[in-house]
Design a protein around this ligand. Structure first.
Ligand code: BMA
Length: 348
């Protein structure tokens, strides 16, 4: 696929620009909506469960544009009837705290994703441990009690589960980050594994290479659980472009003179084969979302678009939930046919 010219991005009327509508009330969730200590609300997992929308969001506490105080991460949970207006539970979500407490190795829990499979809700999450980053999967029926089913070997994160079993197997997308074998650079790719029970994972295959994405020059990773269409599994991913000469954007520099934030995170789209979802059959040559709005460009880390939820409604509307600038949670919508129209045939 042709490499991409970042300068020319969206100067012509691209399909992405036409198809995607940002929610008028963006950001749909930010620190001021949270009834407990909060400063950065982002990278949420969202699904529809028993007739309600549910969101589990990440809350990084203690950051401000002028300096940092004691910092820590917890998670919150919110419920909604329309997927736009949210009612936030008054305390941090105790399940995340319980998972941390269950293992003295774990130091931080973040970036949840939610998928409903056969009526049960699965939570994929990342944990920083004393010996590396692990991707975990837990299951619940009520959001109060979770059973942890599996934890990957390090370093691995950005796990998302498909919403149905294929040939009797659970399937996940994941993003290991093999630094040693990639020349100690952030050149990371999207992989996939299968499991009969969500505990034991194997048949691992590379799905999409970083170099396959025309607008990425660093890591890519799965974003939200795929949605099923008649043409294939529609998947959203994040893709990173690093520019050494780019100005630093973000509060990250406030307390960290050594900060080197010069990355831009895009949302991209790919299509996976319906029967063999570890095979890519299509890719959108341009990003689906690039930071253009103030709430996307400015924040802790400016120009980060980090989707974690994608819901296909009965009328064909797709709701895409994404963290913006590592600071707020946003929503954009598009018709599924317009998203599919962006995809060009692709095989790696
Ligand atoms: C990634 C993850 C995400 C974060 C993104 C941009 O490596 O840490 O949680 O949103 O960087 O900072």
């Amino acid at each position: 696929m042709k490499r991409f010219h970042h300068k020319n991005l969206f100067q012509k009327k691209g399909a992405a620009k036409m198809a995607l509508v940002r929610c008028a009330s963006n950001p749909i969730l930010s620190a001021r909506d949270i009834p407990f200590d909060a400063s950065l609300i982002f990278n949420a997992g969202v699904c529809k469960f028993n007739g309600k929308y549910v969101m589990v969001f990440r809350n990084d506490v203690g950051f401000s544009p002028t300096g940092w105080t004691k910092t820590y991460t917890n998670l919150g949970i919110a419920w909604s009837d329309d997927g736009i207006k949210w009612s936030v539970q008054t305390e941090p979500w105790k399940v995340a705290a319980e998972i941390i407490e269950s293992d003295p190795e774990i130091v931080r829990f973040y970036d949840p994703r939610l998928t409903v499979v056969d009526g049960r809700c699965y939570l994929c999450f990342a944990v920083d441990t004393r010996h590396g980053v692990r991707g975990g999967i837990a299951v619940t029926d009520d959001f109060d009690n979770f059973e942890v089913l599996s934890m990957s070997a390090p370093d691995n994160r950005n796990m998302v589960l498909f919403p149905e079993k294929i040939d009797g197997m659970f399937l996940r997308l994941e993003r290991p980050f093999p630094e040693y074998s990639r020349g100690y650079q952030e050149k990371f790719d999207i992989w996939s594994s299968k499991s009969p029970d969500c505990r034991f994972w194997g048949e691992t295959r590379l799905v999409l290479g970083m170099e396959d994405v025309p607008y990425a020059n660093a890591k890519i990773g799965p974003a939200a659980p795929p949605v099923k269409t008649d043409r294939g599994w529609l998947c959203i991913f994040h893709a990173t472009y690093k520019d050494k000469n780019r100005n630093l954007f973000g509060w990250e520099t406030a307390n960290n003179p050594k900060a080197t934030w010069n990355k831009e995170y895009f949302a991209g789209l790919m299509l996976l084969d319906l029967d063999d979802p570890q095979t890519v059959i299509g890719l959108a040559p341009e990003p689906l979302i690039r930071a253009t709005e103030k709430y996307e460009l400015e924040g802790f880390r400016g120009s980060v678009i980090f989707p974690g939820g994608m819901i296909l409604e009965d009328d064909g509307e797709v709701k895409i939930y994404y963290g913006a600038a590592d600071t707020v949670e946003c929503l954009a919508t598009a018709h599924v046919d317009d998203l599919l129209a962006m995809i060009k045939p692709f095989r790696r």
